[in-house]
Design a protein around this ligand. Structure first.
Ligand SMILES: C[S@@+](CC[C@H](N)C(=O)[O-])C[C@H]1O[C@@H](n2cnc3c(N)ncnc32)[C@H](O)[C@@H]1O
Length: 325
C-alpha cells in the first residue's frame, strides 16, 4: 500500500475564504467537499467491504461487461473515493493489482487505508481524471463509480482512460445519474426532507428531530453538492461521448427504477432523523425492500420502461487494437 510523498495533504477543515473561492473554482470545490466528507463517507453511504458490497460492485460490473476476460492483471480507479468500487471488485476476482486515484487527497488516504486493512495489492495517487498521471498503455482495466458526473470534460477523461489502457483494455463506469432519474430523485428527496424536518417539529415527535445545527450543516453540504454535481446523462448520449473519445464495443446500461423511486425518499428520511432512532431490523427491512424492487426492475420493468427512465447509468468501452493486429 503506497501513497506518493509528493501528493498534497488532505484538508478536511476548509476556511470560509476557501469555500468562497471554491464557488468559482469547480475543481477546488470537488477537493474541499470530498476532503471534508472522506472520513465519514463509508458510514454516510453504508459502504462496506463484505459480501453485500462485493456482490453489489460485481453485479454492476457484470451488468455492463458480462463477458470480460477475468481477472484483469492491473486496474486503475478514477475518483475512487474510499475505494468502494475497485477494492470490492478486486475482492470479487475482477483484478489482481490496483491503483486508486482521486482529486481529493483525503479520499486517496482513506482508500489506501481500506486497501491495507483488506490486504489488497494497491497503490494510490492524487490525480485529476482529465490528466491521468500514468504512462500510455499501462492498465488492463479502468473503472469508476459515481465519478463521471463530477468531471467537467467527460470526453477528455474517457480519452485519458483510453490512453492509459493497453490496446484491447476496457473501461467500466457505473453509478452515474440519468437525466430523467436525477429529476425525480431530487424532487422526491426535497419533498421528503421538507416533510420530515417539518413534522419532527411537533412536540411529541421531538426525539425524532436532529439538532438544528446538524440540519443546517446538511443543508449547507447539499448546497455545495449542487456545485460539485456537474452532469446527468442520457444513456444514448453517454454512448456517443465514449465513441467520440475513440472507444469501440461501447455499451450503456441503466438500472433502478422502482428501486430508486423507493430508495431516494428512504435515504433522505434516514439522513433527516437521528441515526440511533433507526434499528438494525429497520435497516435490514429497507435493504430487503430495495433488493426486491431491484428484482422487479430487472425482471419486469426493464422490458417495459425505456432505459432513460432508470436512475443509474453504466458505460463500457474498449481501446481499439493497433491497426493491423
Ligand atoms: C460521489 S464520489 C464517488 C466516490 C466513489 N467512487 C464511490 O462510488 O463511493 C465522487 C468522487 O470523485 C472525485 N472527483 C471529482 N472530480 C474529480 C476529477 N476531476 N478527477 C478525479 N476525481 C474526481 C471526488 O473527489 C469524489 O471522491
Amino acid at each position: 500500500m503506497t501513497a506518493r510523498p509528493d501528493d498534497p495533504a488532505p484538508n478536511p477543515h476548509a476556511t470560509e475564504a476557501e469555500v468562497q473561492a471554491a464557488l468559482a473554482d469547480n475543481k477546488l470545490a470537488q477537493v474541499l467537499y470530498h476532503d471534508w466528507e472522506a472520513e465519514t463517507y463509508d458510514d454516510k453511504w453504508s459502504i462496506s467491504y463484505d459480501e453485500r458490497c462485493i456482490e453489489y460492485a460485481r453485479g454492476r460490473f457484470d451488468a455492463v461487461a458480462p463477458n470480460a476476460p477475468l481477472p484483469y492483471e492491473r486496474a486503475l480507479e478514477l475518483g475512487c473515493g474510499t475505494g468502494f468500487f475497485l477494492l470490492n471488485l478486486m475482492q470479487a476476482g475482477v483484478a489482481k493489482r490496483g491503483s486508486v486515484t482521486d482529486l481529493s487527497p483525503g479520499m486517496v488516504k482513506v482508500a489506501l487505508r481500506n486497501a491495507e486493512h483488506l490486504g489488497l495489492e494497491v497503490d494510490g495517487r492524487v490525480a485529476d481524471a482529465e490528466t491521468i498521471p500514468y504512462e500510455d498503455d499501462t492498465f488492463d482495466l479502468v473503472v469508476g463509480h459515481a465519478v463521471l458526473h463530477h468531471i467537467p470534460d467527460v470526453e477528455l477523461a474517457l480519452k485519458e482512460c483510453l490512453r492509459v489502457l493497453k490496446p484491447g483494455g476496457r473501461f467500466v463506469f457505473a453509478g452515474e445519474p440519468t437525466t430523467v432519474g436525477n429529476l425525480y430523485a431530487r424532487k422526491l428527496g426535497q419533498v421528503t426532507w421538507k416533510v420530515t424536518t417539518e413534522v419532527t417539529k411537533l412536540p411529541f415527535l421531538r426525539e425524532w428531530r436532529r439538532p438544528q445545527e446538524e440540519l443546517d450543516e446538511s443543508s449547507r453540504a447539499a448546497a455545495l453538492e449542487a456545485v460539485v454535481d456537474l452532469h446527468t446523462f442520457d444513456p444514448s448520449q453517454l454512448e456517443g461521448i465514449a465513441r467520440a473519445a475513440g472507444a469501440t464495443q461501447v455499451h450503456a446500461e441503466t438500472e433502478e427504477f422502482a428501486a430508486a423511486l423507493w430508495g431516494w425518499p428512504v435515504r433522505t428520511f434516514e439522513a433527516a432523523v437521528p441515526a440511533e432512532k433507526l434499528s438494525w431490523r429497520y435497516r435490514l427491512a429497507q435493504y430487503r425492500a430495495w433488493l426486491g424492487l431491484s428484482w422487479v426492475d430487472e425482471r419486469v420493468l426493464k422490458h417495459i420502461v425505456p432505459r432513460r427512465f432508470f436512475y443509474n447509468a453504466m458505460i463500457t468501452g474498449v481501446k481499439p487494437l493497433a491497426a493491423g493486429k
